[in-house]
Design a protein around this ligand. Sequence first.
Ligand SMILES: O=C(O)C1=C[C@@H](OP(=O)(O)O)[C@@H](O)[C@H](O)C1
Ligand SMILES: C=C(OP(=O)(O)O)C(=O)O
Length: 455
Amino acid sequence: MGHDTNSRPLRAFRPPQGLTGRLRVAGDKSISHRALMFGALAVGRTEITGLLEGEDVLRTAAAMRALGATVERLGEGHWIVAGRGVGGLTEPADVLDMGNSGTAARLICGLLAGHPIFAVLTGDASLRSRPMRRVTEPLAASGARFSGRAGGRLPLAVEGAAEPMPLDYTLPIASAQVKSAVLLAGLCARGVTRVVEPQASRDHTENMLRHFGATVRVTPQGEGRVIELDGQPELVAAPVVVPGDPSSAAFPLVAALIVPGSAVTVEGVGLNPLRTGLFATLRNMGADLSVANERTEGGEPVGDLTARFGPLRAADVPPERVPSMVDEYPVLAVAAACAAGTSRFRGLAELRVKESDRVAATAALLQASGVRVEIEGDDLLVHGAGAPPPGGGTVVTRMDHRIAMSALVLGLAAERPVAVDDGSFIDTSFPGFAELINRAAGADVLRRLNAAPTP
Ligand SMILES: O=C(O)C1=C[C@@H](OP(=O)(O)O)[C@@H](O)[C@H](O)C1
Ligand SMILES: C=C(OP(=O)(O)O)C(=O)O
């Protein structure tokens, strides 16, 4: 189940005739994590279909098992979780290893805060470098105790509170992970937990709380929202249908926009408006991107997205766009590299604390492929030539799945092939990515290079 520690170098070549066909991408990662966690807290058996079986989500599944829930896989994406009820999680016998997943680590801190148990969380080198104080500081006010490495990093020991206090917390930054951690802790607290977010971030936790029977009030406030949760609800098992992940659909869709001859439809993509900033931005750039068959599945809007190759123009993306496309900037930068003119993406400070520093990693990805870029403070500038980038380089992926996939998408359009040093982290969010692109290309355009020998 764990990550393959051998690196997996890959190389991307231009497809002979573009990318075509109707595809489906794996289930939404954010919703998959939450479905397993809510299933573990609910009374009864939660049936999940379309669950993402990526490494990040499998870490959450293993953690829910270690905390006492019964988690069974019936078939591809089809899982059953028999929960323990709110407050019913039990002490894990061993360290919880969250691998590469920030969402798993931070949301589980919220879950643990309200249970009177001891647990230790760790992760891979990328996750161990990511800030955790953003969750441990607000959660400590509930009575839970956290002690981690310098800078509040993993490994982190947690002693949950027997009688947690409800929190009233104003987020300093828009972060669905921090918001969700506070709300999850609030489930075990008596009284109302209140979270104020400065800008609306993805609301899958709020939606799922309601779906499992909790009372949540959401009130707009400026650009943000106030969320109030009534504590100690009885969560009741409820079926979850996971839509296709818009953050994964981004890769084949952007590939279709920049590879001549392409027309690709990705079916059943989640279109929660707090996730679709990339699609709006690509349309601003002149992309031929259309939605059909819009419907609601499992409480979330979904649709079929079609992208066709065509000219793109540069965009100036305001900082307010960040929450609705926070994970999509690396692949947007690839589109911008093929567009005519200089794009500026503003206010990317949060990208610096993802699996890698994605401002630096995206700039390096483009530079390795012959694209001119500049970093000005927290802005990224991409000088697009309105033509395919030269390519030809090797991109260092820094344990970051989105950097690896973005580099490979660039390689599908570039004049010369683009290599990545390690594509193995793609399995954290998008297992089967290379196979899916190769099917759409009708050729092996993403190829594995000889694996590095095991040390
Ligand atoms: O809540 C979630 O599922 C996520 C929230 C975002 O992180 P932040 O809350 O740090 O912005 C995003 O980058 C991550 O991939 C998934
Ligand atoms: C930032 C991401 O995930 P996480 O924070 O869960 O590691 C991502 O998937 O791009």
